[in-house]
Design a protein around this ligand. Sequence first.
Ligand SMILES: *Cc1c(COP(=O)(O)O)cnc(C)c1O
Length: 440
Amino acid sequence: MAQRFYSTNSPGEFVDLKEAVLRSLPGDNGLYMPENIPVLENTFWAEWRDWPFEELAYRIVSPLFDGAVPEGPLREMVADAVNFDAPLVGIGGRTHILELFHGPSLAFKDFGARFMARLMGWLTRSSGAGEAAPGQDLTVLVATSGDTGGAVASAFHGVPETQVVVLYPSGKVSGLQEKQLTTLGDNITALEVAGSFDDCQRLVKAAFLDRELARARNLTSANSINIARLVPQTFYYFHAARQLPEGVQPVFVVPSGNFGNLTAGLLSNLMGLRVKQFIAATNMNDVVPAYLESGVYEPRPSLATISNAMDVGAPSNFARMLDLHDHQHGLMAGRIVGFRFDDEQTRAEIREIRANTGYVIEPHGAVGCLAAREWQGVHPGDDVVVLETAHPSKFLDVMEEELGQGAVEIPDRLACLAAREKVAIEMPPSEEEFLRWLRA
Ligand SMILES: *Cc1c(COP(=O)(O)O)cnc(C)c1O
Protein backbone atom coordinates (compact mmCIF):
# COMPACT_ATOMS: atom_id res chain seq x y z
CA MET A 1 0.00 0.00 0.00
CA ALA A 2 1.22 3.47 -0.81
CA GLN A 3 2.67 5.55 2.01
CA ARG A 4 0.08 7.29 4.19
CA PHE A 5 0.49 10.31 6.42
CA TYR A 6 -0.85 11.16 9.88
CA SER A 7 -0.98 14.41 11.78
CA THR A 8 1.25 14.60 14.85
CA ASN A 9 -1.93 15.59 16.72
CA SER A 10 -4.02 12.66 15.42
CA PRO A 11 -1.73 9.63 15.08
CA GLY A 12 -4.65 7.29 14.28
CA GLU A 13 -6.00 9.08 11.20
CA PHE A 14 -4.41 8.92 7.79
CA VAL A 15 -4.44 10.84 4.53
CA ASP A 16 -2.76 10.07 1.22
CA LEU A 17 0.25 11.87 -0.24
CA LYS A 18 -1.92 14.18 -2.31
CA GLU A 19 -3.90 15.46 0.63
CA ALA A 20 -0.83 15.83 2.85
CA VAL A 21 1.02 17.85 0.22
CA LEU A 22 -1.82 19.98 -1.15
CA ARG A 23 -3.34 20.71 2.27
CA SER A 24 0.11 21.38 3.73
CA LEU A 25 -1.24 21.80 7.26
CA PRO A 26 -3.69 19.35 8.88
CA GLY A 27 -6.89 20.86 10.27
CA ASP A 28 -5.83 20.00 13.83
CA ASN A 29 -2.72 22.19 13.66
CA GLY A 30 -0.33 19.25 13.82
CA LEU A 31 2.23 18.37 11.14
CA TYR A 32 2.06 15.53 8.65
CA MET A 33 4.40 12.57 9.12
CA PRO A 34 4.84 9.37 7.07
CA GLU A 35 3.15 6.34 8.66
CA ASN A 36 6.10 4.06 7.85
CA ILE A 37 9.74 5.05 7.73
CA PRO A 38 11.31 2.34 5.56
CA VAL A 39 14.76 0.97 6.38
CA LEU A 40 16.81 0.88 3.18
CA GLU A 41 17.69 -2.60 1.98
CA ASN A 42 20.99 -4.31 1.26
CA THR A 43 20.50 -3.69 -2.45
CA PHE A 44 20.64 0.05 -1.68
CA TRP A 45 23.76 -0.14 0.46
CA ALA A 46 25.55 -2.32 -2.09
CA GLU A 47 25.58 0.50 -4.63
CA TRP A 48 24.71 3.79 -2.95
CA ARG A 49 28.20 5.27 -3.14
CA ASP A 50 28.39 4.94 -6.93
CA TRP A 51 25.10 6.34 -8.21
CA PRO A 52 24.74 9.82 -9.69
CA PHE A 53 23.12 12.20 -7.16
CA GLU A 54 19.70 12.02 -8.87
CA GLU A 55 19.73 8.22 -8.82
CA LEU A 56 20.65 8.24 -5.13
CA ALA A 57 17.78 10.66 -4.49
CA TYR A 58 15.32 8.48 -6.39
CA ARG A 59 16.41 5.36 -4.44
CA ILE A 60 15.66 7.20 -1.18
CA VAL A 61 12.33 8.78 -2.08
CA SER A 62 10.97 5.71 -3.84
CA PRO A 63 10.64 3.45 -0.74
CA LEU A 64 9.53 6.46 1.29
CA PHE A 65 6.60 7.19 -1.03
CA ASP A 66 6.08 3.46 -1.56
CA GLY A 67 4.18 3.66 -4.81
CA ALA A 68 2.26 6.90 -4.14
CA VAL A 69 3.87 8.28 -7.31
CA PRO A 70 4.71 5.92 -10.22
CA GLU A 71 8.37 5.39 -11.10
CA GLY A 72 8.41 7.42 -14.34
CA PRO A 73 7.06 10.71 -13.01
CA LEU A 74 8.95 10.30 -9.71
CA ARG A 75 12.27 9.88 -11.50
CA GLU A 76 11.52 12.88 -13.65
CA MET A 77 10.62 15.04 -10.64
CA VAL A 78 13.77 14.09 -8.76
CA ALA A 79 16.05 14.64 -11.77
CA ASP A 80 14.49 18.01 -12.41
CA ALA A 81 14.61 19.13 -8.76
CA VAL A 82 18.10 17.89 -7.86
CA ASN A 83 20.00 19.30 -10.83
CA PHE A 84 22.84 20.84 -8.81
CA ASP A 85 25.48 19.30 -6.54
CA ALA A 86 26.05 19.41 -2.78
CA PRO A 87 29.84 19.08 -2.54
CA LEU A 88 31.68 18.28 0.68
CA VAL A 89 34.69 20.55 1.14
CA GLY A 90 37.42 19.80 3.69
CA ILE A 91 38.73 22.80 5.64
CA GLY A 92 41.45 20.97 7.51
CA GLY A 93 41.54 18.43 10.31
CA ARG A 94 38.38 16.40 10.37
CA THR A 95 36.03 19.29 9.59
CA HIS A 96 34.04 19.24 6.36
CA ILE A 97 31.65 21.82 4.95
CA LEU A 98 28.61 20.52 3.06
CA GLU A 99 27.81 23.29 0.58
CA LEU A 100 24.05 23.36 0.11
CA PHE A 101 23.96 26.67 -1.75
CA HIS A 102 24.57 25.61 -5.35
CA GLY A 103 20.89 25.90 -6.34
CA PRO A 104 19.21 28.82 -8.11
CA SER A 105 18.38 30.92 -5.00
CA LEU A 106 21.70 30.12 -3.27
CA ALA A 107 20.17 28.51 -0.17
CA PHE A 108 19.47 24.93 0.92
CA LYS A 109 15.75 25.74 0.69
CA ASP A 110 16.08 25.17 -3.08
CA PHE A 111 16.15 21.39 -2.47
CA GLY A 112 12.80 21.40 -0.67
CA ALA A 113 11.08 24.05 -2.77
CA ARG A 114 12.07 22.61 -6.15
CA PHE A 115 10.90 19.12 -5.28
CA MET A 116 7.66 20.35 -3.72
CA ALA A 117 6.88 22.46 -6.78
CA ARG A 118 7.20 19.52 -9.14
CA LEU A 119 5.33 17.14 -6.86
CA MET A 120 2.44 19.59 -6.38
CA GLY A 121 2.20 20.13 -10.12
CA TRP A 122 2.08 16.38 -10.76
CA LEU A 123 -0.44 15.69 -7.98
CA THR A 124 -2.76 18.36 -9.37
CA ARG A 125 -2.48 17.19 -12.97
CA SER A 126 -2.61 13.46 -12.30
CA SER A 127 -6.11 13.14 -10.92
CA GLY A 128 -7.79 16.50 -10.75
CA ALA A 129 -7.45 18.52 -7.58
CA GLY A 130 -9.79 16.87 -5.13
CA GLU A 131 -12.93 18.94 -4.73
CA ALA A 132 -11.59 21.77 -6.87
CA ALA A 133 -12.97 22.98 -10.15
CA PRO A 134 -11.68 20.68 -12.92
CA GLY A 135 -9.21 22.18 -15.36
CA GLN A 136 -8.39 24.97 -12.92
CA ASP A 137 -4.71 25.80 -12.40
CA LEU A 138 -3.25 25.32 -8.96
CA THR A 139 -2.72 28.65 -7.20
CA VAL A 140 0.11 28.67 -4.67
CA LEU A 141 0.08 31.45 -2.10
CA VAL A 142 3.20 32.28 -0.16
CA ALA A 143 3.92 35.09 2.28
CA THR A 144 7.62 35.82 2.70
CA SER A 145 9.81 37.93 4.92
CA GLY A 146 12.73 37.39 2.56
CA ASP A 147 14.49 34.13 1.77
CA THR A 148 11.66 31.61 1.44
CA GLY A 149 9.93 33.60 -1.28
CA GLY A 150 13.00 33.55 -3.51
CA ALA A 151 13.42 29.78 -3.27
CA VAL A 152 9.70 29.16 -3.81
CA ALA A 153 9.34 31.61 -6.71
CA SER A 154 12.36 30.19 -8.52
CA ALA A 155 11.22 26.61 -7.83
CA PHE A 156 7.73 27.10 -9.29
CA HIS A 157 8.84 29.24 -12.22
CA GLY A 158 7.64 27.55 -15.40
CA VAL A 159 5.85 24.66 -13.65
CA PRO A 160 2.81 24.00 -15.87
CA GLU A 161 -0.75 24.65 -14.71
CA THR A 162 0.52 26.36 -11.59
CA GLN A 163 0.21 30.02 -10.64
CA VAL A 164 2.22 31.46 -7.77
CA VAL A 165 1.36 34.58 -5.80
CA VAL A 166 4.15 35.85 -3.54
CA LEU A 167 3.17 38.46 -0.95
CA TYR A 168 6.01 40.48 0.53
CA PRO A 169 6.11 43.54 2.79
CA SER A 170 7.02 46.69 0.88
CA GLY A 171 10.41 48.12 1.85
CA LYS A 172 11.14 45.31 4.33
CA VAL A 173 13.08 42.86 2.16
CA SER A 174 16.58 43.50 0.81
CA GLY A 175 17.03 44.85 -2.73
CA LEU A 176 18.34 41.56 -4.10
CA GLN A 177 15.67 39.58 -2.30
CA GLU A 178 13.02 41.79 -3.89
CA LYS A 179 14.56 41.19 -7.31
CA GLN A 180 14.43 37.43 -6.71
CA LEU A 181 10.66 37.75 -6.24
CA THR A 182 9.73 40.36 -8.82
CA THR A 183 11.78 39.67 -11.96
CA LEU A 184 10.76 36.13 -12.92
CA GLY A 185 7.37 36.93 -14.43
CA ASP A 186 5.40 34.22 -16.32
CA ASN A 187 3.48 32.22 -13.72
CA ILE A 188 5.00 34.12 -10.77
CA THR A 189 3.12 37.21 -9.56
CA ALA A 190 4.60 39.42 -6.85
CA LEU A 191 2.30 41.42 -4.61
CA GLU A 192 4.01 44.29 -2.83
CA VAL A 193 1.95 44.73 0.30
CA ALA A 194 1.93 48.15 1.98
CA GLY A 195 2.37 46.62 5.43
CA SER A 196 4.36 44.12 7.50
CA PHE A 197 5.15 40.43 7.07
CA ASP A 198 2.32 39.74 9.53
CA ASP A 199 -0.08 41.60 7.21
CA CYS A 200 1.05 39.36 4.34
CA GLN A 201 0.38 36.26 6.42
CA ARG A 202 -3.03 37.61 7.44
CA LEU A 203 -4.05 38.12 3.80
CA VAL A 204 -2.97 34.57 2.90
CA LYS A 205 -4.94 33.19 5.83
CA ALA A 206 -8.03 35.16 4.79
CA ALA A 207 -7.91 33.55 1.35
CA PHE A 208 -7.85 30.04 2.83
CA LEU A 209 -10.70 30.87 5.21
CA ASP A 210 -12.89 31.79 2.22
CA ARG A 211 -13.76 28.15 1.42
CA GLU A 212 -15.54 28.95 -1.81
CA LEU A 213 -12.65 30.99 -3.18
CA ALA A 214 -10.13 28.42 -1.98
CA ARG A 215 -11.96 25.74 -3.93
CA ALA A 216 -12.63 27.80 -7.04
CA ARG A 217 -9.02 28.94 -7.35
CA ASN A 218 -7.58 25.64 -6.17
CA LEU A 219 -5.46 27.32 -3.50
CA THR A 220 -2.52 25.72 -1.76
CA SER A 221 0.38 26.96 0.34
CA ALA A 222 4.13 26.61 -0.10
CA ASN A 223 4.59 26.77 3.61
CA SER A 224 7.92 25.57 4.97
CA ILE A 225 6.31 22.86 7.09
CA ASN A 226 4.95 21.01 4.05
CA ILE A 227 6.09 17.36 4.21
CA ALA A 228 7.14 17.62 0.55
CA ARG A 229 9.87 20.07 1.54
CA LEU A 230 11.25 17.78 4.21
CA VAL A 231 11.66 14.63 2.12
CA PRO A 232 14.21 15.94 -0.43
CA GLN A 233 16.35 17.30 2.40
CA THR A 234 17.23 13.71 3.30
CA PHE A 235 19.06 13.33 -0.03
CA TYR A 236 22.06 15.42 0.89
CA TYR A 237 22.70 13.70 4.23
CA PHE A 238 23.32 10.46 2.31
CA HIS A 239 25.28 12.33 -0.33
CA ALA A 240 27.50 13.93 2.33
CA ALA A 241 28.17 10.61 4.08
CA ARG A 242 29.24 8.91 0.86
CA GLN A 243 31.78 11.63 0.12
CA LEU A 244 33.68 10.55 3.27
CA PRO A 245 35.93 7.48 3.29
CA GLU A 246 34.04 4.19 3.54
CA GLY A 247 33.15 3.23 7.11
CA VAL A 248 33.34 6.74 8.57
CA GLN A 249 30.29 7.64 10.66
CA PRO A 250 29.87 11.40 10.47
CA VAL A 251 28.78 13.84 13.13
CA PHE A 252 26.31 16.24 11.46
CA VAL A 253 26.18 19.86 12.63
CA VAL A 254 22.94 21.54 11.54
CA PRO A 255 22.51 25.33 11.86
CA SER A 256 18.85 25.43 12.86
CA GLY A 257 15.82 27.71 13.07
CA ASN A 258 12.57 25.90 12.35
CA PHE A 259 14.45 22.57 12.51
CA GLY A 260 13.22 21.21 9.19
CA ASN A 261 16.77 20.54 8.10
CA LEU A 262 17.64 18.65 11.28
CA THR A 263 14.38 16.67 11.13
CA ALA A 264 15.33 15.50 7.63
CA GLY A 265 18.64 14.31 9.11
CA LEU A 266 16.74 12.27 11.71
CA LEU A 267 14.64 10.71 8.95
CA SER A 268 17.80 9.73 7.07
CA ASN A 269 19.17 8.13 10.22
CA LEU A 270 15.94 6.18 10.78
CA MET A 271 16.11 5.00 7.15
CA GLY A 272 19.46 3.42 7.98
CA LEU A 273 22.10 6.08 7.36
CA ARG A 274 24.77 5.62 10.03
CA VAL A 275 25.32 8.85 11.93
CA LYS A 276 27.48 9.15 15.03
CA GLN A 277 25.77 12.24 16.43
CA PHE A 278 23.53 15.14 15.45
CA ILE A 279 24.40 18.60 16.70
CA ALA A 280 21.74 21.34 16.71
CA ALA A 281 23.57 24.67 16.37
CA THR A 282 21.54 27.81 17.07
CA ASN A 283 22.03 31.51 17.66
CA MET A 284 20.64 32.94 20.88
CA ASN A 285 17.18 31.68 19.86
CA ASP A 286 18.04 28.51 21.73
CA VAL A 287 14.78 26.90 22.85
CA VAL A 288 15.79 23.50 21.43
CA PRO A 289 19.31 23.38 22.95
CA ALA A 290 17.66 24.46 26.22
CA TYR A 291 15.12 21.65 25.92
CA LEU A 292 17.84 19.09 25.18
CA GLU A 293 19.64 20.15 28.37
CA SER A 294 16.68 20.51 30.72
CA GLY A 295 13.78 18.51 29.28
CA VAL A 296 11.64 21.65 29.50
CA TYR A 297 10.33 23.21 26.27
CA GLU A 298 9.67 26.93 26.52
CA PRO A 299 8.93 28.67 23.21
CA ARG A 300 9.28 32.43 23.33
CA PRO A 301 9.34 35.47 21.00
CA SER A 302 12.36 35.47 18.70
CA LEU A 303 15.42 37.73 19.04
CA ALA A 304 16.98 39.45 16.01
CA THR A 305 20.50 38.20 15.17
CA ILE A 306 22.94 38.31 12.23
CA SER A 307 22.01 34.72 11.36
CA ASN A 308 18.44 35.87 10.82
CA ALA A 309 17.09 32.80 9.01
CA MET A 310 17.45 31.08 12.40
CA ASP A 311 15.59 33.74 14.38
CA VAL A 312 12.80 31.43 15.45
CA GLY A 313 11.39 31.33 18.98
CA ALA A 314 8.85 28.54 18.46
CA PRO A 315 10.34 26.10 15.92
CA SER A 316 7.54 24.48 13.94
CA ASN A 317 9.28 21.15 13.38
CA PHE A 318 9.77 20.54 17.10
CA ALA A 319 6.47 18.61 16.99
CA ARG A 320 8.01 16.26 14.42
CA MET A 321 11.17 15.82 16.50
CA LEU A 322 9.09 14.85 19.54
CA ASP A 323 7.04 12.47 17.43
CA LEU A 324 10.14 10.72 16.08
CA HIS A 325 11.37 10.16 19.65
CA ASP A 326 8.03 9.04 21.12
CA HIS A 327 8.01 12.22 23.20
CA GLN A 328 10.89 10.87 25.26
CA HIS A 329 13.38 13.54 26.21
CA GLY A 330 16.11 11.02 26.99
CA LEU A 331 15.92 9.47 23.53
CA MET A 332 16.14 12.83 21.79
CA ALA A 333 18.92 14.11 24.03
CA GLY A 334 20.93 10.99 23.23
CA ARG A 335 20.75 11.50 19.49
CA ILE A 336 21.03 15.30 19.40
CA VAL A 337 23.32 17.66 21.31
CA GLY A 338 22.58 21.40 21.25
CA PHE A 339 24.93 24.41 21.24
CA ARG A 340 24.12 28.12 21.01
CA PHE A 341 26.37 31.08 20.15
CA ASP A 342 25.88 34.85 20.12
CA ASP A 343 26.57 37.34 17.32
CA GLU A 344 29.96 38.36 18.67
CA GLN A 345 31.18 34.76 18.64
CA THR A 346 29.73 34.29 15.16
CA ARG A 347 31.52 37.36 13.77
CA ALA A 348 34.80 36.23 15.32
CA GLU A 349 34.36 32.76 13.81
CA ILE A 350 33.85 34.22 10.31
CA ARG A 351 37.20 36.01 10.64
CA GLU A 352 38.97 33.06 12.22
CA ILE A 353 37.85 30.48 9.66
CA ARG A 354 39.08 32.72 6.86
CA ALA A 355 42.38 33.43 8.60
CA ASN A 356 43.04 29.77 9.46
CA THR A 357 41.69 27.98 6.39
CA GLY A 358 41.00 30.57 3.68
CA TYR A 359 37.35 29.45 3.58
CA VAL A 360 34.65 32.15 3.49
CA ILE A 361 31.67 31.11 5.59
CA GLU A 362 28.44 33.08 6.14
CA PRO A 363 26.85 33.63 9.58
CA HIS A 364 24.60 30.52 9.68
CA GLY A 365 27.46 28.22 8.71
CA ALA A 366 29.73 30.02 11.18
CA VAL A 367 27.36 29.12 14.02
CA GLY A 368 27.75 25.52 12.83
CA CYS A 369 31.55 25.76 12.77
CA LEU A 370 31.57 27.04 16.35
CA ALA A 371 29.56 23.99 17.40
CA ALA A 372 31.88 21.70 15.43
CA ARG A 373 34.88 23.14 17.24
CA GLU A 374 33.26 22.71 20.64
CA TRP A 375 32.47 19.08 19.84
CA GLN A 376 35.92 18.31 18.47
CA GLY A 377 37.52 19.72 21.59
CA VAL A 378 36.15 16.66 23.39
CA HIS A 379 36.00 14.21 20.44
CA PRO A 380 39.06 14.99 18.32
CA GLY A 381 38.81 11.76 16.32
CA ASP A 382 35.35 12.46 14.89
CA ASP A 383 34.68 13.50 11.32
CA VAL A 384 32.32 16.45 11.52
CA VAL A 385 30.14 17.66 8.63
CA VAL A 386 28.85 21.24 8.98
CA LEU A 387 25.85 22.03 6.78
CA GLU A 388 26.46 25.39 5.06
CA THR A 389 22.91 26.56 4.41
CA ALA A 390 23.44 29.63 2.20
CA HIS A 391 26.00 31.37 0.03
CA PRO A 392 27.94 34.21 1.76
CA SER A 393 26.82 36.71 -0.90
CA LYS A 394 23.30 36.56 0.59
CA PHE A 395 24.66 38.19 3.75
CA LEU A 396 26.95 40.69 2.15
CA ASP A 397 26.68 43.38 4.86
CA VAL A 398 27.96 41.18 7.67
CA MET A 399 30.57 39.54 5.46
CA GLU A 400 32.06 42.86 4.40
CA GLU A 401 32.03 44.18 7.95
CA GLU A 402 34.14 41.20 9.03
CA LEU A 403 36.28 40.46 5.97
CA GLY A 404 36.34 43.74 4.08
CA GLN A 405 34.97 44.77 0.72
CA GLY A 406 35.46 42.34 -2.13
CA ALA A 407 35.99 39.34 0.17
CA VAL A 408 32.85 37.68 -1.15
CA GLU A 409 32.34 36.72 -4.75
CA ILE A 410 28.81 37.42 -5.98
CA PRO A 411 27.64 34.57 -8.23
CA ASP A 412 26.42 35.57 -11.69
CA ARG A 413 22.88 34.41 -11.08
CA LEU A 414 22.55 36.87 -8.21
CA ALA A 415 24.53 39.69 -9.78
CA CYS A 416 22.51 39.65 -13.02
CA LEU A 417 19.29 40.20 -11.07
CA ALA A 418 20.36 43.72 -10.20
CA ALA A 419 19.90 44.82 -13.81
CA ARG A 420 16.47 43.19 -14.25
CA GLU A 421 13.31 45.24 -13.97
CA LYS A 422 11.05 44.80 -10.97
CA VAL A 423 7.40 44.01 -11.71
CA ALA A 424 5.04 43.95 -8.73
CA ILE A 425 1.40 44.71 -8.06
CA GLU A 426 0.86 47.12 -5.20
CA MET A 427 -1.63 45.91 -2.65
CA PRO A 428 -2.99 47.65 0.44
CA PRO A 429 -2.99 45.47 3.59
CA SER A 430 -6.73 44.90 3.17
CA GLU A 431 -8.28 41.44 3.12
CA GLU A 432 -11.20 42.69 1.07
CA GLU A 433 -8.96 44.14 -1.64
CA PHE A 434 -6.79 41.04 -1.75
CA LEU A 435 -9.76 38.68 -2.04
CA ARG A 436 -11.31 40.85 -4.76
CA TRP A 437 -8.01 40.74 -6.69
CA LEU A 438 -7.72 36.98 -6.26
CA ARG A 439 -11.29 36.41 -7.51
CA ALA A 440 -10.72 38.46 -10.65
C1 LIG B 1 15.93 28.47 6.62
C2 LIG B 1 17.38 28.62 6.94
C3 LIG B 1 17.98 28.00 8.08
C4 LIG B 1 17.17 27.25 9.10
O1 LIG B 1 16.72 26.01 8.62
P1 LIG B 1 15.59 25.22 9.41
O2 LIG B 1 15.27 24.04 8.57
O3 LIG B 1 14.43 26.18 9.53
O4 LIG B 1 16.13 24.85 10.74
C5 LIG B 1 19.34 28.13 8.27
N1 LIG B 1 20.10 28.86 7.43
C6 LIG B 1 19.57 29.47 6.34
C7 LIG B 1 20.47 30.27 5.48
C8 LIG B 1 18.21 29.37 6.06
O5 LIG B 1 17.70 30.01 4.98
